[in-house]
Design a protein around this ligand. Structure first.
Ligand code: AMP
Length: 249
């Protein structure tokens, strides 16, 4: 079974995000970029399925600027077999990415796609769901456990107030939540090996997809700065302030 794992290049989660001075977008020039953390979890799950002999080939896909090749290389170093970069400078919305992924699933004959549940830059949480709709495949989103046997994926989902376990008939879409696994660090030999693994570079038009955005960003602004707190000398003062100033008790 061939598995597709989409990996997005995002501002590294340790970086303090800054808004461009013209308020048009988040600044990415000169900023450390990394693989979306939920996609690392998706890659790890894909590699574990390959190690179990369930998956035969893992194809890592990234859509975006030339630099996304680095993100694909990280996936290759973790254990993906080959990569596809769908190169474009156009800012991509989930529907455009889902259309690109659908075209690749059809072209590659993949039977399973594991995405991150959400990209930490735009917080859309939509691409996996849109891809499932476009393909007409079942979806197991927010997965914290995945078991595959006899053409069925059993997915435990993190839902409000607990866990839900569902059975999906393959082919299917899964999106990875935080507790699904702990991604491995790529070893140096594997980073070296990944340099030799192939990455195909194509354009959205090669897949018949027009990635033009449908939304217009009006303004991007920083959240209001938090006011500094104060230290109180004792519990009595704290209670007095909570009761008479904040009026919360
Ligand atoms: P989102 O719907 O934007 O929150 O993203 C959910 C997931 O879709 C991500 O965790 C990735 O697995 C995938 N994805 C979104 N955008 C891209 C992209 N440009 N390239 C590759 N994968 C993507």
């Amino acid at each position: 079974m061939k598995l597709l794992v989409p990996v997005k290049r995002v501002v590294d989660y340790n970086v303090k995000v800054r808004v461009k001075s013209d308020g048009s977008a988040v600044e990415t020039a000169g900023v450390k970029m990394s693989m979306n953390p939920f996609d690392e979890i998706a890659v790890e799950e894909a590699v574990r399925l390959k190690e179990k002999g369930i998956v035969t080939e893992i194809v890592a896909v990234s859509a975006g600027v030339t630099g996304c090749q680095e993100t694909i290389r990280t996936a290759l170093a973790m254990g993906a077999d080959r990569g596809i970069l769908v190169e474009t400078d156009v800012p991509l919305e989930p529907l455009a990415v889902a259309k690109i992924l659908k075209a690749l699933v059809d072209k590659e004959g993949a039977e399973l796609v594991i995405l991150g549940k959400q990209a930490i830059d735009d917080d859309m949480n939509a691409t996996g769901q849109m891809l499932a709709a476009l393909l007409g495949w079942p979806q197991g989103t927010f997965a914290s456990k995945v078991e595959i046997a006899g053409g069925t994926a059993t997915v435990t989902r993190e839902v409000d107030g607990g866990l839900e376990t569902i059975a999906l008939q393959l082919p299917a879409i899964i999106t990875a939540d935080l507790r699904l696994n702990e991604p491995r660090y790529a070893s140096l030999p594997n980073i070296m090996k990944a340099r030799k693994k192939p990455i195909d570079i194509i354009k959205p038009a090669d897949l018949g997809v027009d990635p033009s955005p449908r939304l217009t960003t009006l303004k991007v602004s920083e959240p209001p700065a938090r006011k500094a707190g104060i230290k109180v000398p004792d519990v009595a003062t704290l209670i007095d302030k909570l009761r008479n100033e904040a009026k919360v008790i």
